[in-house]
Design a protein. Structure first.
Ligand code: DSN
Length: 416
């Protein structure tokens, strides 16, 4: 029986979310629209199957098909990113990063990562995360004058604290990551270097950002951001030794049965990401991000680091006289979906910070280009300026109306 028949309430809510996603200009930089093919693979009978272990060495029978699917996903990951080993089983980014700790550290060992308020991730040793509670965290940030990572500071901290593991990458970094510089520091102090490329995996796959391969010892990524796959993650390595440690950490160290429906959808997404069209997409994501940043700068917005090299823009709204949360809420009501976000050296609290974080993966998946980015920048300015004057209702209603014409012109992939 169909979903609509068995559970009309949930079926209707899923339809409502489809409509919401279609009618919204999605600017959250960690989100995207997957293709119809990825969606199809996700909703399959593969969800019925247990397959703890790895291809050829499972703890359940009936793996004739699952082994093939997982092997195809692994081969595609290896070929796309140019690595010798890939594990496609991590349930998502945080479990993938936890596996890195289990593979290479003992409780209490020192980990160095970018502080959360500067653009790092919770799992890079932030205090509220298990990684900050069970390990000894050391944090680097960005320079207050440039908004960029200071590699001299990273090196000095590494020499002082001798971490066993160093993370580079994060969740709110608008600039290119200098993988060779991180690798040189990690080698100097004998640390494992983990590149968390969750945000930029699609840009790397498409040749629009330098790759950490040849520099980082291990690479972790989610599969659902710029890579445009299902919600899932992968771990990659070049050396056999690192790969063996990661595999043991994922299973049996942290996880049970892999989510085979997700593995199949990851395989499909990796196939899509190896096409010339995806490379064009990845470069357009960056071109759109730059165009949007230019429009915002021209309209007096204060961008952390002064701009962007990738898919992401971090805006400090202090100079506009409004905090991140009311701005994000007003923008959402106008149909512009963003997330409020801490900015470096933010005097405000994380749940009511000074900034918003935006990005162009989703709007680029809809086929929008630089002209549309300039229009989006103009709408953002109108809404934020009106919120600052506490007089936003008419502007929100007007922008929402104008924006409907844009979303109708650029249908979202995967949606009806
Ligand atoms: N929650 C993700 C993001 O939005 O960047 C990171 O895990």
């Amino acid at each position: 029986m169909s979903l609509a028949h068995v559970d009309p309430e949930i079926a209707e809510l899923i339809k409502a979310e489809e409509r919401r996603q279609a009618d919204t200009v999605k600017l959250i930089p960690s989100e995207n629209y997957v293709s119809r093919a990825v969606l199809e693979a996700t909703g399959t009978v593969l969800t019925n199957k247990y397959s703890e272990g790895y291809a050829g060495k499972r703890y359940y029978e009936g793996q004739q098909v699952i082994d093939q699917i997982e092997s195809i996903a692994i081969d595609r990951a290896k070929s796309l990113f140019g690595v010798n080993h890939a594990n496609v089983q991590p349930y998502s980014g945080s479990p993938a990063n936890l596996a890195i700790y289990l593979a290479f550290l003992q409780p209490g060992d020192t980990v160095m990562g970018m502080g959360l308020p500067f653009g790092g991730h919770l799992t890079h040793g932030w205090s509220v995360s298990a990684t900050g509670k069970w390990f000894t965290p050391v944090r680097y940030g960005v320079r207050e004058d440039t908004g960029r990572i200071d590699m001299d500071e990273v090196r000095a901290l590494a020499l002082e604290h001798r971490p066993k593991l160093i993370f580079c990458g994060g969740t709110a970094i608008p600039r290119e990551i200098d993988f060779p510089a991180f690798a040189s520091i990690a080698r100097e102090v004998g640390a494992v270097l983990a590149a968390d490329i969750a945000h930029i995996a699609g840009l790397i796959a498409g040749g629009a950002h330098p790759s950490p391969v040849g520099h980082a010892d291990v690479i972790s990524t989610t599969t659902h951001k710029t890579l445009r796959g299902p919600r899932g993650a992968m771990l990659m390595a070049t050396s056999d030794e690192h790969a063996t440690a990661l595999n043991k950490a994922v299973f049996p160290g942290l996880q049970g049965g892999p989510h085979n429906h997700t593995t199949a959808a990851i395989a499909v997404a990796l196939k899509e990401a190896s096409t010339p069209e995806f490379s064009v997409y990845a470069h357009q994501v960056v071109a759109n991000s730059r165009a949007l940043a230019e429009e915002l700068l021209a309209r007096g917005f204060d961008l952390v680091s002064g701009g962007t090299d990738n898919h992401l823009i971090l805006i400090d709204l202090t100079s506009k006289g409004v905090a991140g949360k009311p701005a994000a809420k007003a923008l959402d009501r106008a149909g512009l979906e963003t997330n409020y976000n801490t900015v470096p050296f933010d005097p405000r609290k994380p749940f009511d910070p000074s900034g918003i974080r935006i990005g162009t993966p989703s709007v680029t998946s809809r086929g929008m280009g630089e002209a549309e980015m300039r229009q989006i920048g103009a709408w953002m300015d109108e809404v934020v300026t009106a919120v600052a004057k506490d007089d936003a209702e008419d502007v929100i209603a007007r922008v929402h109306g104008e924006l409907s014409e844009l979303t109708a012109r650029f249908p979202a992939p995967g949606l009806a």
